[in-house]
Ligand binder design. Structure first.
Ligand code: ASP
Length: 333
């Protein structure tokens, strides 16, 4: 059988960082990362592409488009793709790539590390090896390989800031595990013979996390500055009606000005259900807001950027928002 060809795309992150006077900074290019795992040549042929070298704190939607374009331009040449990336915003990048590259049959695997590859104790080498194992498999689409877990791109979240067990799959099972270089597969997501690539995002999407007492002028400001606002509310969801300022009016005005508003929850697991309580049901009945249900905030953010990059027609926005893409939404639709 022909040996698999994989493209390693470097973007920076801890995995590629070295210690400087001001802390860790991405310095190593993808070809230098590869030298730490020479045994990878036993399972595939690797080419390297360094797109940029950033702490992922600095990654923006324009970088997601660059990663997707790099994959699009080389999609036919390679059997799979590994994207090495900082962990802090990797879940956002994974979600964004899931919308920019839909239905890919080939594996597109993000990985990174909590400790740099040059450190004596590091998760970098194992995560990279695991990412190549997944990239050489027949698992389709955008995924994360991290600490042995394989997570679908729309469901990943960084849930630990320091330990190697950094990522969880939210409201969705793991796709599988990698153990000793072998994949134990639980789920196989759907794919198409030919993927659909997109190259437009609207970055004007804001997120407001409510805290008790936060004045609704915060929502008014964000709605004035952006085309969509995600409100992370409490529990299964609702909007405060403070005497000093009613969120209902702020949201209504934003919707009338043509903005998109999505309600979600700050509770990590099980999602929103606005219909349950009066504080949620009353807005759901009366205003054309959208609801995240079991989607992650990372996926809602990227999905809105993708949708608003295609259309501003509210009916289409709604239709696309509730259309499941890469298993991003299941419940309540
Ligand atoms: N700050 C780093 C980054 O996201 C953290 C990491 O990669 O783990 O680029």
């Amino acid at each position: 059988m022909k040996e698999k060809r994989i493209l390693l795309i470097g973007t920076g992150g801890t995995i590629a960082s070295e210690m400087g006077e001001c802390g860790l900074k991405p310095e190593l290019a993808s070809a230098q990362l590869l030298r730490y795992i020479p045994d990878i040549s036993d399972i595939c042929t690797v080419d390297c592409l360094q797109l940029f070298s950033l702490d992922s704190t600095n990654i923006q939607p324009s970088h997601w488009i660059r990663i997707a374009s790099a994959i699009r331009e080389r999609y036919r040449e390679y059997d799979g793709f590994v994207v090495s990336h900082g962990t802090d915003t990797m879940a956002y990048t994974a979600a964004a790539l899931s919308y920019l590259i839909q239905g890919a049959q080939k594996p597109i695997v993000l990985t990174g590390a909590q400790k740099p590859i040059g450190f004596e104790t590091t998760d970098s080498k194992q995560n990279l090896r695991d990412a190549f194992t997944v990239a050489t498999s027949d698992m389709p689409g955008v995924m994360l390989a991290f600490n042995g877990k394989i997570i679908i791109g729309t469901r990943a979240r960084k849930t630990r800031s320091k330990s190697f067990e950094a990522f969880s799959s939210i409201n969705y099972p793991l796709l599988g595990m990698v153990q000793d270089g072998r994949i134990i597969r639980y789920i196989r997501p759907e794919s198409r013979a030919v993927p659909q690539f997109y190259d437009t995002l609207d970055p004007k999407v804001a997120l407001l996390k409510l805290v008790p007492g936060l004045h609704c002028s915060a929502a008014e400001y964000l709605l004035a500055q952006n085309n969509a606002l995600i409100i992370e509310s409490f529990g299964v969801g609702g909007l405060p009606a403070y005497e000093a300022g009613d969120y209902y009016e702020a949201v209504k005005n934003g919707l009338e000005a043509g903005k998109t508003v999505v309600m979600t929850t700050q509770v990590e697991n099980e999602g929103s259900d606005l219909a349950v309580y009066h504080v949620g049901n009353s807005i759901k009945q009366n205003l054309p807001i959208l609801e995240a249900y079991d989607m992650t905030t990372e996926a809602v953010t990227a999905k809105l950027m993708w949708i608003l990059g295609q259309t501003t027609d509210p009916a289409w926005v709604k239709e696309l928002f509730y259309t499941p893409i890469a298993c991003d939404i299941l419940a309540g639709v």
